[in-house]
Design a protein around this ligand. Sequence first.
Ligand code: SF4
Length: 288
Amino acid sequence: MEVKLAKSAGFCFGVKRAVETVYEQIEEQKAADKKLPIYTYGPIIHNEQVVKDLEDKGVRVLESREDLEAVREGIVVIRSHGIGKEICELIGKKGLICVDATCPFVKRIHNIVEKESVRGRQIVIIGNPGHPEVEGIKGWCSSPAVVVESEKDAENLVPEKDREICVVSQTTFNYNKFQDLVEILKKSGYNGSVVNTICNATEERQTEAKEIASQADVMIVIGGAHSSNTRKLYEICSRECAQTCFIQSLADLNLELSESVRLVGITAGASTPNNIIEEVQSYVRNEF
Ligand code: SF4
């Protein structure tokens, strides 16, 4: 039996950078004369183990704007998803130190929507309306943005007369679905621009997962239960491989492999630490 681990499994560049930023801040504060409390605006990644480890080292998570309002001093690290302009300004107004670990690919979207909305274009974000990255993007638009997640949303979009649109995407959105939704918008006769802002890391991870799942008898997808990119990976793999399982860590894995299993594929979402992937991989290699 062969075990094939996706090369693109696990932390992407932006998440790795954000997590490392928090650990760097911890080290800096250890060495500082006047120690400041460290906060992250939202959990730094969708991984309970990492968040717990940071918590043990004194890093607290601000869950909301109200939590931020209550902070008197300290350092606020912005995670890779980014935040809206208003929250950024609030951090500054309160005299807190902002360490911005927004992924540069997300920052690029902020810059696009800010510029295009100031030009008067209607911003259309293809993505999940509840996702913090989408919330952050909306927060850089000078007029309200529209979020399109499904075909129905795209069909129901009523064009404003003589107003061009600018379409961007949540970085972790499924590429094919993005194209389908853009097609619907184009057929409705919208004018304007479409910028594919789906991050390569996601596209590569999705393409590789699909390829491995299409050959595998069993496919294992590792990632946080709340991680939307992991859920999408699971969706993609399930379509290719009937025996696809979604686990957070080795503890969730309940594998029974029959003799006929030739290939077990493994992939992991963007916020899955390497040690968890390694654990699962060596378990499957050694136990079966
Ligand atoms: Fe950045 Fe892409 Fe990772 Fe999102 S998925 S944090 S855009 S590298």
